[in-house]
Design a protein around this ligand. Structure first.
Ligand code: DC
Length: 218
């Protein structure tokens, strides 16, 4: 029997990495909802749309199609933007546009449509609370700012993306603040979510912990 798994938590806590591995092992589909907010931010900059103008962003989204392929690559109207949306500058823009209720409403609807059936692992900030409140397993993944900044820095270097550790550290702190303090669907732990602090855990340990939780649930 397939279930839906919601993984929420602050930026760079390892949600997408873990979700991707789990999805492959379980034969589930993975949806990285952060990538969708990143697409909105990235496309707005490309189209020279004012990122502080909610109505303009919503209008832009009507002409914008976000899609994923089986390998997790992300497309805006058939243009592969997988690498571009990962830039540090786009992280901050994504966090800003994600504070707008109408932007969220549009993306939440798309996410719920995509995951109509069971067998989804979705990661983001509001999956357990808003997008999939009925998910059978909800994980709230946290890690210290230091651990997260180190991971993100390493990831950027591996992907040959220019990076500065101090800038990444500060950006993570600022994004935590923005994501946790916005009015609409702020990042918070769902009542029935299980918290997992991954600061001192390896990827393998986190994956195995979630497998164990899944077995308990089923
Ligand atoms: O997971 P990420 O770092 O790629 O997400 C980028 C931004 O998008 C993040 O700062 C907050 C926002 N986001 C959100 O508000 N809700 C989600 N479900 C996913 C991401």
């Amino acid at each position: 029997m397939k279930i839906n798994i919601a993984i929420d938590g602050p930026s760079a806590a390892g949600k997408s990495t873990i979700a991707k591995i789990l999805a492959k092992e379980l034969g589930y589909a993975h949806l990285d909802t952060g990538a969708m907010y990143r697409c909105v931010g990235y496309y707005a900059l490309q189209q020279k749309i004012n990122i502080d103008d909610e109505e303009a962003l919503v209008h832009m989204m009507e002409y914008m199609q976000i899609s994923f392929d089986a390998d997790g690559n992300v497309y805006i109207n058939d243009q592969d933007v997988s690498k571009e949306i990962r830039q540090n500058e786009i992280s901050m823009v994504a966090s800003k546009v994600s504070a707008f209720p109408k932007v969220r409403k549009h993306l939440v609807r798309l996410q719920q449509e995509m995951a109509k059936d069971k067998g989804y692992i979705m990661d983001g900030r509001d999956i357990g609370t808003i997008v999939l409140p009925d998910a059978e397993l909800k994980i709230y993944m946290v890690a210290s700012v230091n651990a997260r900044a180190k991971r993100r820095y390493k990831e950027y270097l591996e992907k040959h993306i220019e990076a500065d550790y101090d800038v990444i550290f500060k950006d993570i702190e600022q994004r935590d603040y923005q994501d946790m303090n916005r009015k609409t669907s702020p990042l918070c732990k769902a009542k029935d979510a299980i918290e997992l602090d991954t600061s001192d855990m390896t990827i393998e340990e986190v994956v195995s912990a979630i497998h164990k939780l899944m077995k308990e649930k089923l």
